[in-house]
Design a binder for this molecule. Sequence first.
Ligand SMILES: NC(=O)c1ccc[n+]([C@@H]2O[C@H](COP(=O)([O-])OP(=O)(O)OC[C@H]3O[C@@H](n4cnc5c(N)ncnc54)[C@H](OP(=O)(O)O)[C@@H]3O)[C@@H](O)[C@H]2O)c1
Length: 356
Amino acid sequence: MPIESTDSVPADLPGHGRTVCVTGAGGFIASWLVKRLLQKGYTVRGTVRNPVDPKNDHLRAFDGAADRLVLLRADLMEPESLAAAFVGCEGIFHAASPVTDDPEKMIKPAIRGTNYVLTAAADLGIKRVVFTSTIGTVYMNPYRDAEKPVDDTCWSDLEYCKKTENWYCYAKTVAEQDAFASARQRGIELIVVNPVLVLGPLLQPTVNASAEHVLKYLTGSAKTYVNAAQAYVHVKDVAEAHVRVYEAPAARGRYICAEGTTLHRGELCRVLAKLFPEYPVPTRCKDEVNPPVKGYKFTNQRLKDLGMEFVPVLQSIYETVKSLQEKGMLPVLPEHHHDEDDVVVQDNDIALLVRS
Ligand SMILES: NC(=O)c1ccc[n+]([C@@H]2O[C@H](COP(=O)([O-])OP(=O)(O)OC[C@H]3O[C@@H](n4cnc5c(N)ncnc54)[C@H](OP(=O)(O)O)[C@@H]3O)[C@@H](O)[C@H]2O)c1
């Protein structure tokens, strides 16, 4: 039952009288996006695969949801379900995607599903689409200059993704390139957000893939860490980036969404061990032969130009663990005693005061 009334929304809010759709609304990033859009006064049509599944109940508890959120059943492999969800919308946020390296589960929904989204939007005359892509469509290229920061002009190498069986990056890269081609053909204003690994509190009741990235180092399931490095971003910043690019009339193309720091997995583990010494965090690298891998360099300037500031990475890590504990996804163990009220974390050149 779509509810289009925005009577209760102050006229000075940007979303007043405006209806948008968010695909995969119950997911980690999309839940924060729906929450932010409701805060800004938008009416939101959220697609989920099963509206009566209790795992989507958190969405209905958001402020404004009772009046301005409707959940509709849609599957990326069923174009007519997407078209039905988009009716009456002025813009689409396409966040739904499998997040896996299993080619059977990943390739078709990511590539065809994104194509169906663009086609349905164009058929309905919807002008603006924001697509949640990933940094994995940008940097996965062995031929690029490792010293040069990757930016919105860089593309992952499809043959390399295939050769390394990185089907997530492969599918997202093809999906994004196809989306730009469709957008050009059909006159859609396409804006792509390319987040790095997303951390921060979970609103949804299930553990998503990027929360698992931290969780596995606390439960004892990972005995060592891999020789890899990664940039991170807070989920609230990712949601905010989506809204900012949507609301900036001149925004087009790709926006790398990342806090400025890159951490080697060993640094991530050392931060976790310092903040939460009660957990069995790995202390050894799986690869004891090669030197530590350096992370890709990148620029987040395009989002900074839209006024974005990013939550520091250590804050994101801290909030992720606290959230996993609060949601019962990580057992709370007796805390180690800290000498002072505050825990100072210092690792190489990163330092942050986190209140304990
Ligand atoms: N988290 C990260 O670190 C990160 C980083 C960069 C980019 N991203 C991108 O951000 C987006 C959201 O990721 P997330 O981390 O929030 O993952 P998530 O929590 O797993 O959410 C993914 C959502 O996609 C939906 N979905 C999957 N397959 C679908 C299908 N065939 N039809 C309809 N819906 C489908 C899921 O719906 P169900 O609930 O029905 O399964 C789920 O709500 C993805 O596009 C991902 O590629 C994520």
